[in-house]
Design a protein around this ligand. Sequence first.
Ligand SMILES: *[C@@H]1O[C@H](CO)[C@@H](O)[C@H](O)[C@H]1NC(C)=O
Ligand SMILES: [Zn+2]
Length: 318
Amino acid sequence: MITFYIVLLIFSTNLIVFGSPGDNHYLYRACLNHCKQINCSTPLGLKEFEVKQTFFEYIFQWSCPDECSYECMWKTVNQMISNGQSVVQFHGKWPFVRLFGVQEPASTLFSILNLLSNYLFGYRVLRRYLRYGVHPLYSMWIVFCFISMNAWIWSTIFHTRDKPLTEIFDYIGAISLVFAQFACCLIRVGYRTKYMRLAKLATLFLFCFFIYHAYYLLFIKMDFGYNMTINIIVGLFNVICWLLWSIYHFMSGKVYVWRCALSVVLTMIFVALELADFPPIGWTIDAHSLWHFSTIFLPILWYRFVVDDSRYLLLHSK
Ligand SMILES: *[C@@H]1O[C@H](CO)[C@@H](O)[C@H](O)[C@H]1NC(C)=O
Ligand SMILES: [Zn+2]
């Protein structure tokens, strides 16, 4: 498992180091320069751009230079294909076909479905089967569910329109989820033991660290490598925590924890999908979108486990 994460770490930093050969392609550079100078800097060119722009492209803020990048990217890609060359990335992303002004339609759709899944199988299920003030840890899981839904909202926004700020919020949302799930594990482990105060203290520390991390990404430096490292380290602690906890309780007869363990193991397997970095199928489905697709089903397992666990705690309260 640890090896798995180390491989992940190496791969992800490699992806960053190698960057995007597409932006440096002579055809792309020449096309972009020409387009920005001719189309976006003359009244006639701008007029033409405005006339051509669709309603959705307008509301999703495709500016004239953005439009130039998109047009020139496809010009370059088509040239590469007709020359029999392999297609490369541009600005760190594979070329995607835009749909109704949505930059990455597959990832956007799957993000929305994740949001929906967390609402239906998370929030609704918690509200239906558990009661505030009755079931233990109810509030914690509601908060966790909101953190998840928040992350998927930012993911939807980012994949709709990839801009530096939406990207940072997507990253902050994703990492908030990892921090939150780990904090939930610490609280769950400490619950009704003499270590509860320690677990709360650790959660407070995680919260402060998360705030610092978000502040750092937003106001000091958008550091992909650093963000990835923190993600993997906290993710590793999270996985180990839930797996050890599940195994311990499974052995002592709480069979229902299998859904927790399965959910964590599946997440790890799905993360591996991201390692397979291939050009998008039909210029739409890439590894990242498949990773978003695969997580749609996890809330069904996870919140079923949460409900079972909370009921177990209620039944076995002193
Ligand atoms: C720039 O102008 C050319 C020629 O009129 C046109 O084909 C192209 O679509 C324009 N690009 C943008 C981004 O407006
Ligand atoms: Zn994403």
